[in-house]
Design a protein around this ligand. Structure first.
Ligand code: C5P
Length: 239
């Protein structure tokens, strides 16, 4: 079974990320690095963590004109992450340009292209915030609209909240990879995450990959926490 846990290494320091990654190597499926890390450490930092040989999820959420996103996606492909993200709100043409560029660059280098995932509506936006930008109606309606457009554009998967995952799965079918953050083991501390789910709940609703940060990275023994969570996940997957 592929280990579906990707650990969010939310730090600006390559040393910290590398130490944590080394502790967790072999216990989790891979690591997520985001804008905070990338703007501090750039491609060299990504390469330093990637050097450990574990799959990386490079979450930079591109949103620009198609030509610019295509150029940026070529750069991403060269860093060889397993997964990367762009905003579905950039439109079908932008998503297609990004996906094509990543695949084309990877083919030129003879490497696997990253799986391109679309982000729909950020969970920091509620119905009032969307209405202020002229998008009226329930947030979930907009999430599903964007998920359908992303599927049409040919993305490999989507990032969605645990509370959206069932509806998104229904909208995009069984083949898209659904990556879900905001997961807390039943015994975990919620931190600032208000709407969380356990790994089992997220699985039952159709998640493929779980992004988990602080329950592992802030644990007194991150390796033990990762082992416990992986056990919980394996148990519910074998049912
Ligand atoms: O520490 P925690 O498990 O909350 O980390 C979750 C990771 O997933 C963080 O990197 C966070 O930025 C990201 N994320 C999230 N909720 C979203 C989108 C992304 O927690 N809705």
């Amino acid at each position: 079974m592929i280990n579906p846990i990707f650990v969010a290494l939310d730090t600006t320091q390559t040393g910290k990320a590398a130490v944590l990654a080394a502790k967790l190597e072999g216990l989790v499926g891979g690591f997520k690095l985001g804008l905070e890390f990338f703007t501090a450490q750039g491609p060299a930092g990504i390469e330093a963590v990637g050097h450990l040989g574990m799959p990386l999820f490079l979450d930079l959420k591109f949103h620009d004109i198609p030509n610019t996103v295509a150029g940026a996606m070529r750069g991403i492909a060269r860093l060889r992450p397993a997964m990367t993200t762009l905003h579905a709100q950039g439109g079908i043409e932008m998503m297609r340009a990004g996906i094509d560029a990543a695949r084309d660059e990877a083919a030129k280098l003879g490497i696997s292209p990253p799986k391109v995932l679309a982000v729909t509506v950020l969970t920091s936006l509620d119905e009032a915030a969307l209405a202020a930008m002229g998008v009226n109606g329930p947030v979930l309606d907009h999430v599903l609209r964007l998920a359908e457009r992303a599927a049409e554009a040919g993305v490999d998967g989507l990032v969605c909240s645990s509370h959206e995952v069932a509806a998104v799965r229904k909208a995009v079918g069984p083949d898209k990879l659904l990556v879900v953050p905001g997961i807390r083991p039943a015994w975990g501390d919620f931190g600032d995450q208000k709407r969380v789910m356990t790994p089992r709940e997220a699985y039952d609703l159709g998640a493929d990959i779980l992004v988990i940060g602080r329950p592992i990275t802030s644990a007194a023994d991150p390796a033990a926490a990762a082992r416990d969570i992986a056990g919980e996940v394996a148990q519910c997957r074998s049912k």
